[in-house]
Write a protein that binds this ligand. Sequence first.
Ligand code: SF4
Ligand code: SF4
Length: 301
Amino acid sequence: MENVLISNLQRFSTKDGPGIRTTVFFKGCPLRCKWCHNPETHLASMEIMYNRENCTLCGRCVVACPEGAITIENNTVITDTDKCTSCHKCTEECYYNAREISGKALTFDEICDVLERDIPFYSESGGGVTFSGGECLMFPEMLTRLLKFCKARRIHTAVDTSGFAAWEVFQKILPYTDLFLYDIKAFSSSLHKEITGVENTLIWENLEKLSKIGANVNLRLPVIEGCNGDLADIEETARCSAEFGIKKVNILPYHDMGKYKYTKLGRDYDSNSMSTPSDEKLEEIKRIFAKYLFTDIKIGG
Ligand code: SF4
Ligand code: SF4
């Protein structure tokens, strides 16, 4: 694989593992979580994000495009995605934040250049590099090469995953991964399918295997009222993961800060059926994990 589609390379992140980190967001995901705040990472292909409300129809993007991919018709900007090479020249010329391109094809060397820049910050803060998405395990070859690159430079590595991948992929990356940030969205498989589009048998199997071989796992539990806020299901998650010997969990209350991205992508977002859990509910969830002897329980990333 010569290059891979990246939706964002976020430097100075403090939400994706310990210390100051650079987070690599791969583009492409096998899940479709109803609340996902990064919908621009779903497809493993380049996508145009366009906000007509912000667009002044100035035409700068039309002039900037070297491929002649952009036209203005009926007071809206149209992009011929077959012609677009994802060069981002149009977005650089858009002064009104009306146009973004999600997905840039980057080579291994281009990604490594960015990861290397902040080594002093990683060292001072106890940080490192986090590979996320989308689902980074969809890209095992590039992911393994990048993890090896980090380990060769003594950079701490974290893999943020839904767990929905073949065990062979985990085996490939295990020697180079210091920490797994492992999302659990439901204990019940039917509920999981309803809210993410896939069943979770594989996810729980992989979690058990990771635990058995002593991998460093930090659970991440998004809590969305209207989706997975059932306390009985959450208690089963706590009980089962405690049986596997897991001690760390981040409880992540729902927010709708990604809602505007759905508008830009021209997709529906069912905000009416989802809401943020109350502080009391979050405290109750903390108590549940404490009951199962979790020692590191945090609300937030
Ligand atoms: S440059 Fe931006 S504001 Fe101007 S026409 Fe293109 S999308 Fe609209
Ligand atoms: S990303 Fe490049 S090729 Fe694609 S529409 Fe914009 S300017 Fe044209």
